[in-house]
Design a protein. Structure first.
Length: 142
């Protein structure tokens, strides 16, 4: 099954990594009420397809929101918007804490993320091909 075209676009003129751009978009959706407290955040696979990024990149964006206290994950069920949402000063304090202060990734880190994203795409394509092969079933011996 071919990948569907991205439904949404992340800003292209930014120097910020895609995972931070997606975290910004999701944060805005949460603060605007489009993702209400208690609502489930789309799975990383869906976010990746919707924004034309790898699933690992989408997972990194959700991790940023989890670190800020805006979402929480329930194993086996998904990720949900925190109810009640933390106040903006609480989020700002969490971001300014030394352990979670955002920093610009090194060139090596950015290259590794790019390679991991590529490998994830290749893995997805291979899994798709294996699924197609399994549906064809075994071939009779000649």
């Amino acid at each position: 099954m071919p990948r569907r075209a991205a439904v949404h676009r992340l800003p292209q003129s930014s120097d910020r990594p895609p995972y931070l751009l997606l975290a910004d978009v999701l944060r805005q959706q949460i603060r605007a009420g489009h993702l209400a407290p208690g609502a489930q955040v789309p799975p990383s696979r869906v976010l990746g397809e919707d924004y034309g990024i790898a699933g690992m990149t989408a997972r990194a964006a959700v991790r940023v929101l989890r670190d800020e206290g805006l979402v929480h994950t329930v194993q086996g069920r998904g990720t949900f918007v925190t109810d009640p949402l933390p106040s903006l000063p609480d989020v700002a304090a969490a971001l300014s804490a030394p352990a979670s202060r955002p920093h610009m990734p090194t060139a090596e880190y950015a290259e590794l993320v790019r390679r991991i994203d590529h490998l994830t795409e290749v893995q997805d394509a291979l899994l798709h091909l294996l699924g197609q092969a399994a549906r064809l079933g075994p071939r009779p011996a000649a």
